[in-house]
Write a protein that binds this ligand. Structure first.
Ligand code: PLP
Length: 367
C-alpha cells in the first residue's frame, strides 16, 4: 500500500499523458510553450477567477505574491504557526516579520479570534506595520474566509490564500484559490493536483497584479525578457509539466469525488476513539490529507507500522518551534492549540486509486 499512489494514477491516465508529453517533445517549445497558456486559461476557469499565472513551484508563488503586494522589511505578516514551512519562510524571505497565529482545534486552520488578538498586539506594540495575512487551507479544507476577510477589511490588511493543499476545495460554492487579494497553489506531485516535478500557480481577479506577476516571473520583463523594467525572478512552469497538468486537471473532478468517497468511508468506519476531521457546513475539502488525532500517537503509529500501513505526521513542529525562527523568541505554550495538534495528528493514506477493500482492511487493522 502507498500513502499516495502516483504510479496507479499514471497507469490510469498513461495514454493521454504520454500523448500530451510527446506533443511537447515534437513542437519543442519547452519554456512558455502553448500548453502553459492553455493550462492557465483552464485553471482560471476552474477556480473562477480572472487570472491564473503559473510559476515554478508553490513557494515561488507565495514569494511572487509578496513581491506584488510590496511586502518588505518592517512589515508584519500574520500566518498560522501550524502549517508547512514555506508559508512562513516566504514572509521572512521578503524581509518581513512573520507573526504567528494559533489554530482552530476542529478545523486545523488559522483561528480568526486569535488572528484579531495578534493584530491588535502588533498595533499596540507599534514596532511593525501590520501589512497582510497569509491563511492556509490546511489538509484541503478552506480556512474560515467569512471571518478572515472581515478582519482583513477591518484592519486594512492584504489577504493571501495559500491554497497549496486546498485546490479543489470550496466554501459557499466559491473555489479555493478565489479568496483574498491573491491566492497561490502548488503542483508538487503529492498535492491534490500535482505534476511530475515542481510547479505552482497564482490566482487573482486584479488585472494590475496579473500583469505585474507575468513580468516578475520572467526577470521583470517589459516587452520581452531582454527588456527588463523591474527586478524579477526566473520562475516558470515547464511546458512538459503544463502538458501533464492539462490531462490531470481534466480528470480532477472525478478524482475529487473519489477522494471524498474515501474520506467519507474513513469518517464512517474508523473507531470513535480517534478524533476525525470535520467538514463544516457549506465547506468542501480536497482532502489533501485525511488527518486524525489521538493522544497516544506513538501507539497508533506502531499499530500502523506492524500492519504495513504507511502514515505520516503533518506537522510535528509548529513554525514558532522551528530553529530558523528561533530569533523571534516565541516560547512553548504560546500557541496551545497548535502545539496540541502537532503532538496528536496522524495522516492516513488517501488517494483516488485506493481500492475500497484495501481501505476497509486498513481500517480493521487500526481498530
Ligand atoms: C506544499 C506547500 C507549499 C509549497 O509548495 P511547493 O510547490 O512545494 O514549493 C506552500 N504552502 C503549503 C501549505 C504547502 O502545503
Amino acid at each position: 500500500m502507498q500513502f499516495i499512489d502516483l504510479a496507479a494514477q499514471y497507469q490510469h491516465l498513461k495514454t493521454k499523458i504520454d500523448a500530451r508529453i510527446h506533443k511537447v517533445l515534437d513542437h519543442g517549445h519547452y519554456i512558455m510553450g502553448p500548453e502553459v497558456f492553455e493550462l492557465e486559461e483552464q485553471l482560471a476557469e476552474y477556480v473562477g477567477v480572472k487570472h491564473a499565472i503559473t510559476c515554478a513551484n508553490g513557494t515561488d508563488a507565495l514569494t511572487l505574491a509578496m513581491m506584488v503586494l510590496d511586502i518588505k522589511e518592517g512589515d508584519a505578516v500574520f500566518c498560522p504557526t501550524f502549517t508547512f514551512f514555506a508559508t512562513a519562510e516566504t514572509i521572512a524571505f521578503a524581509n518581513a516579520t512573520p507573526v504567528f497565529v494559533d489554530s482552530e482545534e476542529s478545523t486545523f486552520n488559522i483561528c480568526p479570534a486569535d488572528l484579531e488578538k495578534r493584530i491588535q498586539q502588533v498595533i499596540a506594540e507599534g514596532k511593525l506595520v501590520p501589512k497582510a495575512i497569509v491563511s492556509v487551507d490546511l489538509f484541503g479544507l478552506p480556512a474560515n474566509y467569512v471571518e478572515i476577510e472581515a478582519i482583513a477589511e477591518k484592519y486594512n490588511l492584504k489577504l493571501i490564500e495559500d491554497a497549496a493543499q486546498g485546490f479543489g476545495g470550496s466554501l459557499n460554492g466559491k473555489m479555493a484559490g478565489a479568496f483574498g487579494d491573491i491566492a497561490t497553489t502548488s503542483f508538487f506531485p503529492a498535492k491534490p493536483l500535482g505534476c511530475y516535478g515542481d510547479g505552482g500557480a497564482i490566482f487573482t481577479n486584479n488585472d494590475d497584479y496579473a500583469e505585474l506577476l507575468r513580468s516578475l516571473r520572467i526577470h521583470g520583463k517589459g516587452l520581452d525578457k531582454y527588456d527588463n523594467v523591474r527586478i524579477g525572478v526566473n520562475s516558470r512552469l515547464d511546458t512538459i509539466q503544463a502538458a501533464v497538468l492539462l490531462e490531470k486537471l481534466a480528470e480532477f473532478p472525478v478524482e475529487l469525488e473519489l477522494r471524498n468517497r474515501i474520506a467519507d468511508i474513513y469518517t464512517r468506519e474508523l473507531p470513535t476513539e480517534l478524533i476525525k476531521p470535520i467538514l463544516p457546513e457549506s465547506y468542501q475539502s480536497s482532502w489533501a490529507q485525511y488527518t486524525v488525532r489521538t493522544e497516544d500517537r506513538e501507539a497508533l503509529m506502531n499499530t500502523c507500522r506492524n500492519a504495513g500501513i504507511p502514515v505520516m505526521v503533518y506537522y510535528r513542529t509548529c513554525m514558532h518551534q522551528q530553529t530558523a525562527f528561533g530569533h523571534l523568541e516565541y516560547r512553548v505554550g504560546d500557541f496551545p492549540v497548535a502545539e496540541k495538534l502537532a503532538s496528536e495528528v496522524l495522516s492516513l493514506p488517501l488517494h483516488p486509486y485506493l481500492p475500497e477493500e484495501e481501505q476497509l482492511n486498513l481500517i480493521s487493522s487500526v481498530v
